[in-house]
Design a binder for this molecule. Structure first.
Ligand code: NAP
Length: 484
């Protein structure tokens, strides 16, 4: 299979927070890979911006070190690093101050795509937007990329939207959710809407339930203070899991264009029922090693913030009436493993009798590790043992299916940044979508805060609190295994 790399237009990309963790680990290595693959034009420029005093050479040295640390050896060469660094510049700017903006404005070229990546603390999004305008860096065609978290509740998200919209049109605002940039997530749309096979079955008549699992094996570790103000609901469910849910449950858009897709996603969020307290299980990890339990790591023995959440949701519309959606995500679980599983109903009548056992088709969409899909189908167990049935996966691992080309599949950040340059907002959240997600989330958080619910303990390396299993057991279902 031959991968096709379509070069994007020439651009100036300013990364506010160009010296930060995200820029070093994801944004710069991602851009480099696009350069290395020939997608990023050699004349394109990347300008780092932060408070640190540094000149162009100093920043180039930092970028080089980041590439050497985060880009695998086989995906880089001295020559391509050298070429990439030629397009790197730096400007010292404090988002809260007035220095450096004139220099930045002078660096920007009038005739190329202009984008500003806000890879800084959310409290700086507003001041940056304001100063970009005040100092004539922004124009009607430039774009801003805004990192998560986008607010911490409906009120703050509305305020942030209002601030950004007072300086930029919605069509210029790219709210990033890197889950949407994952190859498999987009394949979910390709599988649903590019094949005749699945869509006729994609409804309450044939689907028993859906499970969405995003399991992490790491803890909050160095980010304890930040995480404790947020928790799994704000950090993962309101954005990433909600987006996965929307893509799984949405109606087919009339076109694959930004507003058509986002209109359909918005309808899903608006059709979500409020969740009953008994349908939510929250947990905090424990650990026998000193300093590794959640409460120790966040430094607050009374914290009621959850590092795990599982919930049963209902979508009130014709397609999904009566089909539960189970979501779970947490830290320090058994493995780093994320998947969407569509569990189909039993065959209406088993001609093979009880000895053949009960079997169900399941379509799983794996996000990590090893992105790909499995469709479990029931077949006869080979051998002379009579008609015994067994479920086997029709496995489509992208790495295997695409061979060496799979290595060139861009990671989520690369793809999304290229979409910003192309001016394609399909995989970015619209302001009303983010607000709708908070409008659904807020009452749940307020509910458990007012009731004073305490998260349940769960052991490091487990699958979460026992009660999470009960969410499904009580209806005769069970979670799929979290596989290492
Ligand atoms: P970080 O490592 O703390 O870096 C922050 C960056 O902002 C640094 O470059 C810092 O450089 C710059 N900065 C701080 N104050 C500034 C100011 N007043 N004016 C201009 N620049 C300023 O943070 P990060 O982890 O890269 O995260 C950046 C954003 O991405 C945050 O919104 C975070 O929530 C989000 N995010 C991060 C990750 C991740 O994996 N790291 C994942 C998802 C989302 P100076 O100190 O030199 O100014």
């Amino acid at each position: 299979m031959v991968s096709r790399v379509i070069p994007v237009d020439n651009f100036d990309l300013v990364i506010f927070g160009g010296t930060g963790d995200l820029a070093r680990r994801k944004i710069l290595p991602g851009l480099f890979r696009r350069y290395h693959s020939g997608q990023m034009p050699p004349e394109a420029r990347i300008i780092g911006a932060a408070r640190s005093e540094m000149d162009r050479k100093g920043y180039q040295a930092e970028v080089k070190a980041a590439l050497e640390e985060f880009v695998p050896k086989g995906s880089r060469s001295d020559e391509s690093i050298k070429g990439f660094l030629e397009g790197i510049d730096y400007v010292t700017i404090d988002a809260m101050g007035e220095g450096g903006w004139k220099e930045l404005s002078a660096m920007l070229r009038p005739d190329v795509v202009r984008a500003f990546y806000f890879s800084v603390a959310p409290s700086l999004f507003g001041p940056l937007a304001e100063r970009l305008h005040g100092h004539a860096c922004a124009g009607p065609t430039c774009r801003i990329v805004v990192e998560k978290p986008f607010g911490r509740d409906l009120e703050s998200a509305k305020a942030l939207n209002a601030t950004l919209r007072s300086h930029f049109d919605e069509s210029q605002i790219y709210r990033i959710d890197h889950y949407l940039g994952k190859e498999t997530v987009q394949n979910l749309m390709a599988v649903r809407f590019g094949n005749v096979l699945f869509e006729p079955l994609w409804n309450a008549q044939y689907i028993d339930h859906v499970q969405i699992t995003v399991s992490e094996s790491v803890g909050v570790d160095g980010r304890g203070a930040y995480y404790d103000k947020s928790g799994a609901m704000r950090d993962m469910v309101q954005n990433h899991l909600m987006q996965l849910l929307c893509l799984t449950a949405m109606e087919p858009p009339s076109r694959f264009d930004p507003d058509a897709v986002r209109d359909e996603k918005l309808k899903v969020i608006r059709a979500l029922d409020p969740v009953k307290p008994e349908d939510i299980v929250r947990g905090q990890y424990t650990d026998p090693t000193k300093g590794r339990a959640y409460l120790e790591q966040v430094g607050d023995p009374d914290s009621r913030t959850e590092s795990f959440i599982a919930m049963k949701l209902a979508i009130s519309n014709w397609r999904w009436a009566g089909v539960p959606f189970f979501l779970r995500t947490g830290k320090r679980l058994k493995a780093r493993y994320s998947e969407i599983a569509i569990v189909f109903k039993d065959a209406p009548h088993s001609i093979f009798g009880q000895r053949a056992g009960q079997h169900r088709n399941v379509l799983t969409i794996r996000l990590q590790p090893n992105e790909g899909m499995d469709l479990f189908v029931t077949i006869k167990e080979p051998g002379p043992g009579g008609m015994r049935l067994v479920d086997v996966p029709l496995d489509m691992s992208f790495a295997e299916a695409l061979g060496p080309d799979a290595e060139d599949v861009p990671d989520a950040y690369e793809r999304l940044i290229m979409d910003v340059i192309r001016g394609n907002q399909t995989l970015f959240m619209r302001g009303d979508e983010v607000e709708a997600a908070w409008a659904w989330t807020d009452p749940l958080i307020n509910g458990w805060t007012e009731r004073g619910d305490k998260p349940l303990p769960y052991e490091t390396g487990s699958t979460g609190p026992e009660e999470a299993a009960m969410l499904l057991h009580r209806d005769g279902r069970r979670w799929r295994e979290i596989r290492p």
